[in-house]
Design a protein around this ligand. Sequence first.
Ligand code: PGA
Length: 249
Amino acid sequence: MTEARVFQPTLTICTSANEVAIAAAKTFADAIRQNPKTVLGLATGGTPIATYQELIRMHKEDGLSFQSVTTFNLDEYIGLSADHPKSYRMFMQQELFDHIDIAPQNTYVPDGLADDVVAFSKAYESMIQDSGGIDLQLLGIGSNGHIAFNEPGTSAQSRTRKIGLADETIKNNARFFEHLNDVPTTAITMGVGTILEAKRIVLLATGESKADAIRCAVGGKVDPECPASFLQTHPDVTLIVDKAAAAGL
Ligand code: PGA
């Protein structure tokens, strides 16, 4: 196998998490204004919430329209229905979709209750392709270096599929649930290969708990033990991080 070419991601270091959100939202708003039919890849978790709030503000105050935008979310917990309060579909409705003018039928989130996850995953990949592919993908990063739910050990070629969540991920995500035992242990996630097909990628990270992961993602070698390091094989990646997350660089 030939070694993949490695690129230097663009790095923007902001003084605060709020600045990260403003810079990220501006990147997304610019993309939408340039191409109103843009296809976005979206992420859940604590990090993008402030970015979504800024996009909502831009919609309400600056006339930013999502009317012709299509979105694909990275992942969903297996076993949670779309209307479960902790599902990622519900997260997206509450944190973004319910507050903007996006057409509901243009918002895709994997189905956590799919009977046949293999067939569903294939269909999700086809829907992304049929949309023309993702123009701009938003990512967070796990403290263990995961992107979407691609946990350490994931290959660069991985596609949308079922995955078991790492213990560290379950512990980190327990803050969104009442009890640790309530956190689902499996999910459907886009693969690293799926993510790398996006035309542009923007990864956000804030706080010192992400410093090691950011160091592995940007400064380390390309290694399946840090799935975010595969982003070095993509020619158009921007990392927008605060000082705390950049502390290891
Ligand atoms: P967080 O999660 O934004 O809640 O820190 C990021 C991730 O796990 O990808």
